[in-house]
Design a protein around this ligand. Structure first.
Ligand code: PXG
Length: 455
């Protein structure tokens, strides 16, 4: 039990007072929450002392692993020096400004500015407004509509959830808001039918062109997508997809937004996902791996095309958050980026642990239960299938994913389930032996679930 927070009845207190995100509270309260007390490297420990390999890096974010003293020290130093100051009225703090320099230096020549936020959702809200401000400033105020994707995830604020394409989110709270429309996702396994992945990639990319035609190019501000869909199930687009999207956005003068909240900071073996796919976005929301989740901080990378107009023509952009550029969060992020650089974690994902993970995760495709096992960098998606030969899916996908996840958990591995897909996104510091361990437990979980289902 934690010495700092001693009550032994935390689960009861939690049930009485705490509403959890994306949770059926009646069910959760009946089952009781798991209380996670400690983290070290790629492992977390619950209040019963049970150890788990965290194959999900918290929530896609703990890129440098748990328990890094350097971050705690940097945070304590900054808190003692200056715990808070804002960036609104002509002020900044040293770590905030240095973080702006550092993070833009990793994003390639087109990005020289960042707008800080407290989260990925706020970063998405920020570009939605900034894109419309940009088009108005260049004399195209009618370019307002944004095209996003079915099953995209861009956060939980009103704009974030509207940009996202999760039906179960739109159903709550009267979303999406006007001015946001959705096209298909490059999910070949589930939706590609008889087309080859390459053909399907082109087909769904061209839905963007069709939607632009339908709306009128003069009315469309931007297209937003995650380089690889995360929450939807680690959906890795066919190789034909991104080059076609990039071509269409350029040809039709539509801003391209790559939401890098998950893919940024080494997850795909490059600093940012758009670099992996070789596309040229105008905006890139960031969060998660920016601080490895040690403190909440996000931001919006703003390309020169936009920044030049914003700075040169717009004047005040009437937008910002109390915690935009929070000095302590910035100090944590700065130290996190120093660690990623010093330990060459991005290169490690590209050249060493990413390929090793691909081998071990990919081998899970041999299982009777697994239709497809794909990965990119340290992001893995496992498609469960009722009949892998015919790509037939289970009738109750949520139940199947939850079954595998629960068996993994019981055996000491955290994986996330999205419907009938199992998701992995371990810390970038994971060792080869720990990848072996992940694959070993995943296989045990698949076997146990298979036995439960098929006897
Ligand atoms: N964009 C992307 C691509 C994300 O994955 C956000 C924006 C929003 O970031 P904030 O910091 O506002 O949460 C995210 C967040 C899941 C899950 O179940 C994924 C996220 C958040 C919560 C749950 O996979 N991603």
């Amino acid at each position: 039990m934690s010495d700092t927070y001693p009550p032994s009845n935390l689960a009861a207190i939690d049930a009485a007072h705490h509403l959890h995100p994306f949770s059926d509270m009646k069910k959760l309260n009946a089952e009781g929450t798991r209380i996670i007390e400690r983290g070290e490297g790629v492992h977390i420990f619950d209040s019963n002392g049970k150890k788990y390999l965290d194959g999900f890096a918290g929530l896609w974010c703990v890129n440098i692993g748990y328990g890094r003293r350097e971050i705690a020290d940097a945070v304590a130093r900054q808190m003692n020096e200056l715990a808070y100051y804002n960036t609104f009225f002509g002020t900044t703090s040293p770590p905030t400004t240095l973080l702006a320099q550092k993070v833009t230096s990793k994003a390639g020549p087109r990005f020289n500015h960042v707008f800080f936020t407290g989260s990925g959702s706020e970063a998405n809200d920020t570009w939605l407004r900034m894109a419309r401000v940009y088009w108005a400033a260049v004399g195209r105020p009618e370019k307002k509509t944004v095209i996003a994707r079915r099953n995209g995830y861009h956060g939980s604020t009103v704009a974030g959830a509207s940009l996202g394409g999760m039906k179960y989110m739109h159903e709550q709270g009267d979303l999406p808001i006007p001015g946001i429309v959705h096209i298909g996702q490059p999910y070949w396994y589930g939706e590609g039918g008889d087309l080859s992945p390459a053909e399907f990639g082109l087909k769904v990319a061209r839905e963007l062109e069709e939607k632009i035609d339908e709306l009128g190019e003069d009315n469309v501000a931007a297209f937003v997508a995650e380089p690889v869909q995360g929450a939807a199930g680690v959906i890795i687009p066919p190789a034909t997809y991104w080059p076609e999207i990039d071509r269409i956005c350029k040809a039709r003068n539509i801003l391209l937004v790559t939401d890098e909240v998950i893919c940024g900071f080494g997850r795909l073996g490059e600093w940012f996902g758009h670099q992996h796919f070789g596309v040229e976005p105008d905006f890139a929301p960031i969060a998660k791996g920016l601080s490895s989740g040690y403190l909440p901080i996000g931001g919006l990378l703003v390309s020169d095309r936009i920044a030049d107009v914003l700075i040169g023509e717009v004047g005040d952009f009437n937008h910002g958050f109390t915690y935009s550029g929070h000095p302590v969060c910035a100090a944590a992020a700065l130290e996190n980026l120093r660690i990623i650089e010093e330990e060459k974690l991005v290169e490690r994902v590209r050249d060493d642990i990413g390929p090793y993970f691909a081998q071990k995760w990919g081998a899970l495709a041999e299982h009777d239960f697994v239709g497809e096992a794909q990965s990119i960098g340290l992001m893995g998606g496992l498609q469960l299938a009722a009949d892998k030969k015919t790509r037939t899916r289970f009738e109750k996908p949520d139940a199947i994913g939850a079954l595998v996840r629960n068996h993994a958990l019981a055996n000491g591995l955290v994986l996330r389930a999205t419907g009938d897909r199992m998701l992995a996104s371990p810390p970038l510091v994971i060792s080869h032996e720990e990848v072996d361990e992940m694959a070993r437990i995943a296989r045990i979980a698949l076997d146990a679930a298979w036995k439960e289902l098929r006897g």
